[in-house]
Design a protein around this ligand. Structure first.
Ligand code: PHE
Length: 464
């Protein structure tokens, strides 16, 4: 079967940016920035994006395009050993499992979107509403819709499915985000939020903040999940990977900054005396518990329809962002199964879909509904749900490990000369550039070392 490719560089950039821009940028970033010194956090985060994450991103894209394979295929084709073959499998199983928890969160977002459209802000804003919602039966209806949509997009293939979805959803997302920022900035006390976001407080930065923000930048750019290897395998030879990678990193950062200018002013509008860093410690808490209250309060100002409209608009924005990330992560195992078994896209999707649905239902049931799933395992001094275990094992532990292995693989097994040759395609000036030298040194030394530290800290912190 001939491999389908993206039709253009811009198509690829939008698809990859669609993967990168997600709940991480829109909500996790503003929450983390508000807890960790505002612009001080932003500066550090931007530094990580360009100096630590970008080289990894470019390596993944190059590896994918060179091998024209999914991650497992890429590792085994070049690695030629059982060890790298195993690493290749890890690079496929990880996105699959992260896909499970991302699907569950996307379903929650879709549910909140549906409820906002139905004008149920007062229900959403009640204390305890989130807990009731995630344990309700209607959740499975929303799950069916999200899975159906994901299936439809992926079933249509690389160009007609992934690329087309991104070329509609991403521009829509940018426009919606700008409109919402514009609106929020007109609200009373919005400038307090802008100040809070933009005035740096360097005293908040410590080792924990450093490692957390790097891990967040890594996740947010969709690194180490095999996504950029897979999408890279669909890039045309004459497209400039380095330029495309910079665009993707820049867009993702830009969206994160805009999201800060959206969320923090809204928080200060609702209470000018607030300390946002104490509001909630998670992006989940922000989307599902804090923001609905703000939308409901807005009702006093602009009426029921106005507030429902703004809320629906916001949840639609987050939903678009989540969908383009979700399809990118599910494409990894789908492509892997197609490549290794030589089966059609449809068969691959159906096979994986069945397992994925089963695991997602188990995760969704692990928030108190079914006892053995709610206290699935016990470690690190606490009972962990099925959902928590997936997060701890795949997101917190194997993700940085995959990143580390990828750096070592590219530099010491695939070798620098081959990486250079691939990056030069479509960008002849790359040879001998400062960027090239930086990538060589960083990927072979301190980037894997930093990832090793994050891996160890997370494993020690979570399991012991
Ligand atoms: N970049 C996504 C985000 O910021 C993370 C992600 C991408 C998660 C792809 C899953 C799949 O939310």
């Amino acid at each position: 079967m001939k491999r389908e490719l993206f039709s253009s560089k811009i198509g690829f950039i939008l698809a990859a940016a669609g993967s990168a821009v997600g709940i991480g940028n829109l909500v996790a970033f503003p929450v983390m920035a508000s807890q960790n010194g505002g612009a001080a956090f932003l500066i550090m985060y931007a530094f990580f994006v360009f100096f630590i994450c970008l080289p990894v991103m470019l390596a993944e894209m190059s590896l994918g395009r060179h091998t024209r394979q999914n991650p497992h295929g890429a590792y085994s084709k070049i690695g030629q050993s059982p060890l790298w073959n195993g690493v290749g499998w890890l690079a496929v199983i990880t996105p699959f499992m992260i896909g499970v928890f991302y699907l569950v969160i996307t379903v929650w977002i879709f549910g909140y979107l549906a409820k906002a459209v139905m004008g149920q802000l007062d229900t959403l804003a009640q204390d305890g509403a989130f807990g009731l919602f995630i344990n309700s039966n209607e959740l499975y209806l929303y799950m069916a819709v999200v899975i159906g949509l994901t299936f439809l997009i992926l079933q249509s293939g690389v160009k007609q499915g992934i690329e087309r979805a991104a070329t509609y959803l991403m521009p829509a997302l940018f426009v919606m985000l700008l409109l919402l920022v514009g609106y929020v900035l007109t609200l009373d006390n919005a400038m307090l939020g802008v100040q809070f976001f933009l005035i740096p407080d360097f005293s908040k930065i410590n080792v924990q903040v450093l490692t957390d923000s790097l891990a967040q930048a890594f996740f947010s750019l969709s690194l180490a999940m095999g996504i950029l290897i897979t999408y890279g395998s669909y890039i045309q030879k004459n497209n400039d990977i380095v330029g495309a990678g910079k665009m993707v990193a820049g867009l993702s950062l830009l969206v994160a900054c805009c999201a800060g200018l959206l969320i923090l002013p809204a928080v200060f509008w609702s209470d000018p005396t607030i300390d946002p860093s104490e509001l909630t410690d998670s992006s989940i808490g922000m989307i599902f518990m804090v923001l609905p209250k703000i939308f409901l309060a807005l009702q006093q100002d602009i009426g029921f329809f106005g507030a429902s409209f703004v809320a629906s608009f916001f949840f639609l924005l987050v939903f678009f962002a989540a969908m383009t990330s979700l399809i990118s992560i599910i494409e990894v195992p789908v492509a892997s199964l197609m490549d290794t078994k030589g089966i059609s896209r449809r068969r691959s999707l159906i096979t994986l879909g069945v397992v994925m649905v089963a695991l997602s239902v188990l995760s969704a049931l692990s928030f108190g509904r079914v006892d053995w799933l709610t206290s699935f395992l016990s470690y690190g001094g606490a009972d962990k749900s099925f959902f928590d275990v997936i997060m701890d094992v795949f997101y917190y532990s194997i993700l940085p490990l995959n990143g580390l292995l990828l750096c070592l693989f590219v530099i010491y097994r695939w070798k620098k000369v081959n990486l250079h040759a691939e990056m030069r395609e479509g960008n002849p000036d790359f040879e001998g550039s400062l960027m090239q030298k930086y990538i060589d040194v960083s990927l072979g030394t301190f980037i894997p070392a930093i990832l090793a530290v994050i891996f160890l800290l997370n494993v020690l912190g979570r399991f012991f």
